[in-house]
Design a binder for this molecule. Sequence first.
Ligand code: HXC
Ligand code: NAP
Length: 266
Amino acid sequence: MSVFVSNLLEGKAAFVTGGGSGIGAGIAKRLAKQGAKVAVLGRKLEKLEAVAKEITLAGGTALALAADVRDYPALEKAVNDAAAAFGRLDILVNSAAGNFLAPAAALSANGFKSVIDIDLCGTFNASRAAFQHLAKQGGTIVSITATQAFVATPLQCHAGAAKAGIEKLTRDLALEWARMGIRVNAVAPGPIAGTEGMSRLAPPGASDETLRKMVPLSRWGTIDEVCEAVIFLVSPAGAYMTGATLLLDGGTSLLGPGPFLDMMGG
Ligand code: HXC
Ligand code: NAP
């Protein structure tokens, strides 16, 4: 149950990269529920259309747009198409990302680059493409990072470096764009239940006991809880916040990499 009133974002338009699945899809649906028109972007149109259909059937307005965030011209066209369809753009959420477990010593240069290109360059690309629209009436950007941005974590140096880069980019864009009325923030989730990220990264066969050791609050987070943080940041409640990263990890990062260390091997 949301703590935010249902018409909070009435009249606003949002663009969500990675909106076809997981946390990004959850955020897109929540933005729509709060009254915003929402465009979702990813590479696979089928997933995006399913999310857009769900929003439309619930009475909202949604648009599904396929593009790779690494392809600037295609991404810029999608952002422009969304702004044209909705008549404006107020909110950008950067949720598109790629990750996999790989020891740094075996990770290829292209494997490292692919994740940097999707997560970090993709976040810059979408922010850059959205800028001219957000600057018209003021707007807000929220990027989804991760605790790996600041907790040294084995097997994820590519994603950790990308997320750290996004948090720095968040502060730099916040500084440069504040005078245009654009607020730029990030949310750094810990382990979130029922997501592709968790199925790729969770220590295999994690028992309840492992889980309790990994998370001080003794449970995984939920997509809804990430949505609450995003809604707070894009709403008037977050009007004086810019350049911030909200940590949303049940205290996980207080314990360092936890069971990830066991996965490193001898
Ligand atoms: C080692 C791997 C690999 C793996 C790919 N590569 N998977 N290396 N272990 N498991 C290498 C490939 O060999 C190749 O290098 C390079 O990465 C690019 O691979 P492609 O498959 O050609 O790339 P692409 O099709 O662009 O796919 C990108 C991807 C893929 C990141 C590799 O997994 C993807 O599309 N992921 C999107 C969905 C996703 O990851 N969701 C989870 C997000 S969770 P070579 O040298 O062979 O050419 C998340 C958690 C947050 O982000 C916490 C993190 C901080
Ligand atoms: P997910 O479902 O795989 O979401 C990632 C989305 O990004 C997918 O819909 C994917 O769609 C899209 N995407 C990937 N590469 C893309 C590209 N090159 N261009 C355009 N879109 C692309 O994973 P998730 O677990 O929900 O993660 C969502 C976000 O939360 C990510 O930023 C992730 O780093 C962050 N996060 C997740 C967790 C967690 O516990 N799950 C924890 C911390 C942070 P296509 O494949 O169709 O393109």
